[in-house]
Design a protein around this ligand. Structure first.
Ligand code: 5GP
Ligand code: 5GP
Ligand code: 5GP
Length: 208
């Protein structure tokens, strides 16, 4: 049975590099709300199990309701933009993330606090700045996967998951960074299990 305690073990907090989403064969569309800064954006805050599996779509009776995060709208636009086509104001992406993932942590974070927790994590862990401080810049250069992992673990104290994808020419590139977060949604922890990386030992960091 489901008790009142949370039925997941930890969260992945996932940030995406827009340059690596947009330069793929699928390309991307800029948000209808305006130009994007060259910064990591939030992809999601995903409840997960320690064995690597994860729950999804946990509560069909809890649809996304933009009015519940009206106070967060400007922070959402700036930090959690949607780059999928066609262009959107983000509500479709946020609805997908809430309904697929957020409903599975509803026993700890309601809809407002779920999005707020992700925004606060983003503010606390500035991946672009952490990489820049280690000399790793979004300049189309090639960097060792270990230098990226070590820059982030050195700054945060915890080993991140680093995921790569491939650009149109087939180059392996830095796509997403995963931090693991405790079930309160506020403190990062050592990852119980790392996501699959798909990174080569050398990865490109494309400009955006
Ligand atoms: P992809 O197949 O593009 O890696 O992932 C597709 C979707 O599956 C993601 O957007 C996310 O919703 C979900 N997903 C993939 N891997 C994980 C994972 O390790 N944990 C969780 N919670 N969701 C995942
Ligand atoms: P996931 O299921 O992997 O958590 O989320 C991916 C879904 O969100 C896909 O259906 C994708 O089309 C949609 N989506 C909308 N905007 C974005 C975006 O900026 N990045 C990613 N990765 N997915 C987006
Ligand atoms: P979904 O089915 O979750 O919408 O998307 C499936 C996969 O395609 C995900 O990895 C998602 O991020 C990606 N995807 C969906 N729409 C777009 C798009 O417009 N541009 C890019 N680059 N990827 C997309």
């Amino acid at each position: 049975f489901l008790s009142a305690s949370q039925n997941f073990d930890f969260f992945y907090f996932v940030q995406q590099w827009p340059g690596s989403y947009c330069d793929t064969q699928q390309s991307c569309c800029y948000p209808s709300t305006g130009k994007l800064a060259a910064n990591f954006g939030i992809h999601g805050l995903w409840p997960n199990f320690n064995d690597g599996s994860y729950p999804s779509n946990c509560d069909p009776n809890s649809p996304f309701d933009p009015s519940k995060i009206a106070d967060l709208n400007s922070r959402m636009q700036a930090n959690w933009p949607s780059l999928a086509c066609p262009s959107s104001n983000g509500n479709t992406f946020w609805a997908h993330e809430w309904e697929k993932h957020g409903t599975c942590s509803e026993s700890v974070l309601d809809q407002h606090d779920y999005f707020l927790a992700a925004l606060n994590l983003k503010k606390q862990y500035n991946i672009l700045e952490i990489l820049q401080n280690a000399g790793i810049e979004a300049n189309d250069g090639s960097y060792s996967l270990s230098s990226i992992t070590e820059a982030i673990s050195g700054a945060t104290g915890y080993t991140p998951g680093v995921e790569c994808n491939t650009d149109e020419a087939g180059n392996n590139q830095l796509y997403q960074v995963y931090l693991c977060v405790d079930t309160s949604g506020s403190n990062i922890i050592e990852c119980p299990v790392l996501p699959s990386s798909k990174c080569s030992s050398q990865v490109q960091f494309p400009s955006f």
